[in-house]
Design a protein around this ligand. Structure first.
Ligand code: NDP
Length: 245
């Protein structure tokens, strides 16, 4: 199946920012969406705004660090539509701080969300894609995996893992599956500075206000990768606002 129309697409981290914008973009183009996140109220707002425009979306409470939650997300796609065409692993946290702050819970959260969370998605979706002999993984990385800037090392390390896991998965995917890494630069979302140490949060927020691009820029990059014909795998897209070094 080529294009976006009619595809069954699950998105993690769909309650705000890039995930929310991607859900809106794909719904407008006729995708049938299963949307996962932890904040029920925010997820409901996203689902309601899509269904109000006659789009198709269901919300599922998902913490990507929990294997069974990803299973529930993909099971919902199978129960409702009998298939899953794309899994977009987008959930993330940018709780950035210098090492000396010893914010070890934040380090754990980034490792769990970006690495374990991505693996949980692969574990849930890969058997479905193999059975169908079709399917696409779209993994959201970061430009932090290309240029490490202090004090983002832990975040950058986990996003480097996303990049490496995506490439390894692509190499093993065979002729039937597609695997795409989309790496955003500075994007204007509520995630910028959220959970970061106060000085870092202030600097990130200032930079966001000065240079960030809208999340729709990432949504359309993801849409581009999905809408290609079945035999065309867009392996990697990096999107930066022009002022970003
Ligand atoms: P937001 O904070 O707006 O979105 C993050 C999303 O992830 C939310 O929907 C949040 O939902 C969800 N999330 C976080 N932790 C979990 C979890 N454990 N389980 C399920 N969902 C979770 O930020 P962005 O939209 O900016 O971030 C989206 C992705 O883009 C992230 O992976 C981020 O690293 C990446 N990125 C962002 C950049 C930027 O400049 N904004 C730059 C490069 C990459 P909830 O809290 O409801 O669970």
């Amino acid at each position: 199946m080529s294009g976006i129309q009619g595809k069954v697409i699950a998105i993690t981290g769909a309650s705000s920012g890039i995930g929310e914008a991607t859900a809106a973009y794909l719904a407008e183009r006729g995708a049938r969406l299963i949307l996962g996140a932890r904040r029920e109220d925010r997820l409901k707002v996203v689902v309601d705004s899509i269904t109000a425009k006659r789009g198709t979306a269901t919300g599922v409470l998902v913490d990507v660090t929990r294997r069974e939650d990803l299973q529930r997300l993909t099971d919902t796609a199978l129960d409702q539509f009998g298939r899953l065409d794309v899994l977009i692993s987008n959930a993330g946290t940018m709780a950035v701080s210098p090492f000396d702050d010893l914010r070890q819970d934040d380090w754990d959260a980034m490792v769990a969300t970006h690495i374990t969370g991505l693996l949980n998605g692969i574990g849930a979706a890969l058997p479905i894609f193999r059975r169908q002999c079709s399917g696409q993984f779209v993994n959201v990385g970061s430009t932090a995996a290309y240029v490490v800037k202090s004090p983002q090392a832990v975040y950058a390390a986990t996003k480097t893992a996303v990049k490496v896991l995506t490439e390894g998965l692509r190499q093993e995917s065979g002729p039937d599956l597609r695997v795409t890494l989309v790496s955003p630069g500075f994007t204007n979302t509520e995630g910028i500075g959220k959970g970061a140490s106060p000085e870092v949060a202030a600097a990130m927020t200032r930079q966001r206000d000065e240079i960030a691009m809208p999340p729709s820029a990432i949504a359309s990059a993801i849409g581009y990768a999905i809408e290609q014909p079945d035999g065309v795998d867009v392996s990697e897209i990096v999107v930066r606002p022009t002022p970003q070094a």
